[in-house]
Design a protein around this ligand. Structure first.
Ligand SMILES: N[C@@H](Cc1ccccc1)C(=O)O
Length: 508
């Protein structure tokens, strides 16, 4: 029988009496494991071998785990120093014991957080006691680390560590558990017959080369079948962050919907961020609690004079015959103060006023996908900086239908078809709506944006004479709906999990 070279090698190396693992076959045939796996699958299809699969869990110590395996667990080192200081008789100063233990940096916190939990003693108002009956030699985690040191990638069944301890070490980030599929191969009767009858190697080509094409040889060669199931080496190269990928996709979608991109400063005058939006100067969001002010320089040099006057008048007197202003103070110096923008609606005011690219004629559509900064408290749905998808449409006779229809069209491009709207209030829009989507795994409603139709009080001073509908959507919340992230910190900042970012499939 004629078979490709790698298959011949596998049939020759495999046995009918016992199973051989792919790795062992790779060693025996001198072929890469992925080539052997490919050959094995094809032989299985032809009935020459049978393949049994099992998943092996293997463990390996992380760098931190290695360190503790060498130097001892921080809590054990603290206990030893405490005994040394006589803390089994009298409470000793915590600072002194820590100093004597030689623990540094984050290891101190790790020692302290495990010390009492694991029964080594107690910590109370700066003093530390040691339980004389505690026994570091019986510390299951310490013993497990010792057992695991130097056994990288050993199947869990073989290492002598109980599941609970292993789970604890994994949670502490001291071991990593990996799953690998092990394939065991045995020759079938037909395989044995074929082998005894004699095997011939057929030439197969695994890759098309320019030479094959130009020489015309490709017409005569036999191509190896492509096996997408074969294990292959994992390549962990750099890749575009999922947040950036989604931002780019949002831009593509909006450009596809006829929008043009806005650009502008991250640090801007309150005038553009708030005053042009008919936000009263005594609005709570304008206090120093909510914004990141700039120390140097503190104020913008220039603002368009006429516009400043018109905005001030709108704030003081309102706009239109029955308009009412805020009757509250308005101060140009306050408007000139610089801060990190809390929303990208500052770009919209710059563009709408004609300041950024000159006067804009309706119909027009603009957007940005840019960072904004807020002095919020960090929690699973809030960050100090995040990306806002800003946008507006300028046209005659816009209605709430247009606004809702635009969102439905936009979100449908990301597979989100259950957007809900809730009436809302913004000083600069009337009516206003908050947008919600349903989280794919928790089923909770997630607020994903804020929107509305700009008020006369805002548009008139800017010199805009037709309708403008506008919005600010949170890019990170869109990711939560698309990928099921529950904590925004999974995709942003220092705590995000590299493995998760590597493995999340990007849907396009
Ligand atoms: N600036 C609003 C979003 C918004 C923009 C434009 C109109 C309405 C709302 C926010 O940050 O929440």
């Amino acid at each position: 029988m004629q078979l490709p070279e790698s298959q011949v090698a596998v049939v020759e190396a495999a046995s009918a009496d016992e199973t051989t693992a792919v790795d062992a076959l790779a060693a025996a045939t001198d072929l890469p494991p992925e080539t052997v796996t490919g050959a094995v699958f094809e032989l299985e299809e032809d009935g020459l071998v049978v393949v049994k699969e099992r998943v092996d869990e293997t463990s390996r110590l992380t760098d931190e785990g290695e360190t503790y395996a060498d130097d001892g667990l921080p809590e054990v080192r603290l206990y030893e120093a405490a005994l040394e200081a006589g803390a089994d008789d009298d409470p000793a100063s915590m600072g002194r014991v820590i100093g004597a233990s030689g623990l540094e940096g984050s290891q101190v916190d790790i020692a302290l957080s495990n010390y009492a939990r694991k029964g080594y003693g107690a910590i109370d108002s700066g003093e530390l006691t040691a339980d004389p009956d505690a026994d570091p030699a019986a510390d299951a985690e310490a013993n497990a680390l010792e057992e695991l040191a130097g056994t990288d990638d050993t199947p869990l069944e073989v290492v002598d560590v109980d599941g609970e301890t292993m789970g604890g070490l994994e949670r502490r980030g001291l071991v990593e558990i990996a799953e690998t599929t092990v394939r065991e191969v045995r020759l079938t009767e037909r395989g044995v017959t074929v082998r005894t009858d004699g095997l011939e190697r057929s030439e197969t080509v695994g890759q098309v080369t320019p030479e094959l094409l130009t020489s015309g040889e490709w017409e005569d060669v036999e191509f190896a079948e492509y096996n997408v199931e074969a294990d292959a080496e994992q390549v962990k190269g750099g890749r575009v962050h999922i947040l950036r990928q989604t931002a780019d996709r949002v831009k593509d979608v909006l450009v596809g919907m006829g929008f043009q991109e806005m650009e502008g400063p991250h640090v801007d005058a309150d005038f553009w961020i708030n005053d042009c939006l008919f936000m009263p100067q005594d609005h709570p969001a304008r206090t120093h609690w909510d914004r990141f002010a700039l120390e140097e320089p503190t104020h913008i040099d220039e603002l368009p004079e006429g516009l400043v006057e018109r905005v001030e008048r709108a704030h003081r007197e309102g706009v239109g015959d029955d308009g009412e202003g805020y009757h509250s103070p308005w101060d140009e110096d306050f408007a000139r103060a610089l801060a990190l923008r809390g929303h990208t609606t500052s770009l919209s005011t710059r563009y709408l006023s004609g300041e950024q690219i000159g006067e804009i004629e309706p119909p027009a559509r603009f957007f940005s996908v840019e960072k904004v900064y807020r002095n919020d408290t960090l929690d699973p749905t809030h960050l100090l900086e995040f990306f806002q998808i800003e946008g507006w449409v300028m046209a005659e006779d816009l209605s709430v239908r247009d606004l809702m229809g635009t969102f439905e069209e936009f979100y449908a491009r990301f597979g989100i078809t259950d957007i809900e709207f809730k009436p809302h209030y913004n000083p600069y829009t009337e009516p206003s709506f908050e947008l919600f989507g349903t989280h794919p795994t928790t089923g909770e409603l997630v607020e994903i944006g804020n929107s509305g139709i700009f008020r006369e009080e805002m548009l008139e001073p800017l010199g805009v004479e037709c309708d403008v509908m506008a919005w600010g959507l949170a890019l990170e919340r869109l990711l939560m709906l698309m990928y099921g992230f529950e904590d925004i910190r999974d995709i942003h900042g220092t705590l995000c999990d590299l493995e998760l970012l590597r493995e999340t499939e990007v849907t396009y």
